[in-house]
Design a binder for this molecule. Structure first.
Ligand SMILES: [Zn+2]
Length: 171
């Protein structure tokens, strides 16, 4: 038997402690949240992605009467960034939510968004710093891997070997 432990560290910063570029990213996420299409939940989420070239791409949740057809703010922003700037690595993702017009406590990405964030890191080979924002402060998570601590190492196969992960194929 082997016990494996992993230490995760997040930083909680007050608004006055947040670096200037993160303050701008937080504001962009909050502004994006107000543009969400959330007629069913009234829970508006905004995401802002900063790319390595300094540009910012935003997204917000898009609900749909056929529920699974909607999409979270994080994936709207990350996919839009990837579509417009496929070769520019995202370096930071800010996330903010508004309910009935008021910012709410910091929220955390859902499992599907965590998976997309992780693959974004793998695709570009650099961490995606994530800012979970609320009105009073921000939780800074250094890497998407911190949301998916069991991603590495991959599970062992029945022979106790580590199977190789499928590699993306270029067309
Ligand atoms: Zn999500």
């Amino acid at each position: 038997m082997e016990t494996i432990s992993q230490k995760l560290e997040w930083t909680v910063l007050g608004d006055s402690e947040l670096p200037e570029e993160d303050t701008a990213l937080k504001a962009a996420a909050l502004e994006a949240a107000r543009k969400a299409y959330a007629p069913y939940s009234a829970f508006r989420v905004g995401a802002a992605v900063r790319l390595a070239d300094g540009s910012v791409v935003t997204g917000c949740n898009q609900e749909n009467v056929a529920y699974p057809s909607g999409l979270c703010a994080e994936r709207v922003a990350l996919f839009a960034a990837a579509a417009a700037h496929p070769d520019v690595p995202p370096t930071a993702l800010a996330l903010a939510a508004v309910y009935r017009g008021e910012p709410v406590a910091a929220i955390s990405p859902c499992g599907s968004c965590r998976q997309v964030m992780l693959q974004c890191e793998d695709r570009h080979g650099r961490p995606l710093r994530t800012l979970l924002c609320n009105a009073g402060g921000t939780v800074v998570v250094p890497s998407a891997r911190d949301f998916m601590p069991l991603w590495d190492p991959p599970p062992l196969d029945s022979a106790g070997k580590t199977p190789s992960a499928p590699q993306p194929q270029e067309p």
